[in-house]
Design a protein around this ligand. Structure first.
Ligand code: ADP
Ligand code: MG
Length: 337
């Protein structure tokens, strides 16, 4: 006999441990966590005070004793302890039974080392996991986009996150060619901050830069307009508003976009011809938050002469794929490690 209580005990968990955002799916309950990958800790004791949205709110506004950090910022685990604290904090938030021994599938950036992978597994085990499997990010994204990865047909996925861009050609349950580059959304934000400092003597914060990128940033000419940007003038030291054309933002994102486009081209060059012809038919799929950058699809299309599509709800592709792997562990055994 099955009681709802027991079903709850067996709530298995899928985690998309992203450099910018962490999403957690719990079987039978859906996506319960969708929060920034941020930890706030005490500088003196090192203790984790808050994780996720709560920690983000503390960013830059708090007590001198509180330090906020993004433990996966550059696609590597900068700090094991903080990554562990973050995983434990998020799992506590979903409030599963203390007696539960869930199975977990965790999606991690492919650039992380074996030692880092082990650390993530250990962390999941400390959170009471009975079994822990890891899945590669582009594979999870492909599954989440409903691509049948078991077929002998090549699909190219370009997942642009905060810290890393993962480019992969997948076929027959495996990654055929891949490239993981540490240039993605964060670098775009940095480029905007640097640009205003250099060209306009204006100091703007990372969040402002990210908002500018999301609202008017683009990768291909067209649809330009004037925008107001607020910041602190570096010479006078006082707040100022300046008006600029959005084409300037495109110009300052160009370097980062070029690196991503070059990575796509390189991966295509390294792809066996039969699979390359599949990509010619089916196109390249952009996903991850950065995949939403305006006209990036057009820019890649222009340079590769291949069709390019942006996934539906690109911020959810990876967690959906990770969840599907969790719900069908046997079917996806080949892509789990
Ligand atoms: P990760 O998987 O590394 O956690 P995400 O897939 O969650 O990353 O994507 C986060 C990145 O996507 C951030 O850098 C964010 O600024 C960027 N992003 C989100 N929406 C947009 C948008 N509309 N245009 C450009 N970049 C975006
Ligand atoms: Mg991601």
């Amino acid at each position: 006999m099955k009681f709802p209580f027991f079903r709850r005990l067996s709530s298995d968990i899928a985690i998309d441990l992203g450099t910018a955002n962490t999403l957690i799916y719990v079987r039978n309950r859906g996506i319960l966590i969708n929060e920034p990958s941020i930890v706030a800790r005490s500088a003196s004791s090192g203790k984790v005070i808050a994780v996720g949205s709560e920690a983000k709110e503390m960013l830059g506004k708090t007590h001198p004793d509180i330090i906020t950090e993004r433990p996966l910022k550059d696609g590597v685990i900068a700090n094991f302890e903080m990554t562990d604290g973050m995983i434990q904090g998020f799992i506590r938030k979903i409030n599963i039974s203390r007696f539960a021994r869930p199975r977990m599938v965790v999606c991690v950036p492919t650039g992380i080392t074996e030692v880092e992978k082990r650390a993530v597994k250990d962390s999941a085990e400390r959170a009471n996991a009975r079994e822990v499997y890891l899945i590669e990010e582009p594979v999870a994204a492909a599954i989440g986009i409903n691509i049948d990865i078991s077929k002998p047909i090549g699909s190219m996925i370009v997942d642009i996150g905060g810290g890393t861009t993962e480019i992969a050609v997948i076929a027959l349950n495996g990654v055929v060619t891949k490239e993981s580059i540490r240039v993605a959304g964060d670098k775009m934000d940095d480029a905007i901050v640097q640009y205003f400092r250099r060209e306009h003597n204006l100091l703007i914060g990372e969040r402002t830069a990210e908002n500018i990128k999301m609202s008017v940033g683009s990768a291909f000419p067209g649809d330009d307009r004037m925008i107001n940007v607020k910041g602190r003038n570096l010479v006078a030291g006082i707040p100022r508003t300046i008006e600029i054309n959005s084409s300037e933002i495109r110009e300052c994102l160009k370097e980062t976009v070029d690196v991503i486009v070059d990575g796509v081209k390189r991966t295509l060059e390294n792809t066996p011809p039969e699979l390359a012809s599949d990509i010619l038919d089916r196109g390249i799929i952009l996903t991850g938050g950065g995949g939403q950058l305006k006209s990036l699809d057009q820019r890649i299309m222009n340079e590769t002469e291949l069709p390019v599509h942006v996934a539906e709800e690109p911020l959810l592709s990876v967690v959906r794929g990770t969840a599907k792997a969790l719900d069908n562990l046997e079917k996806y055994a080949d892509v789990l490690s």
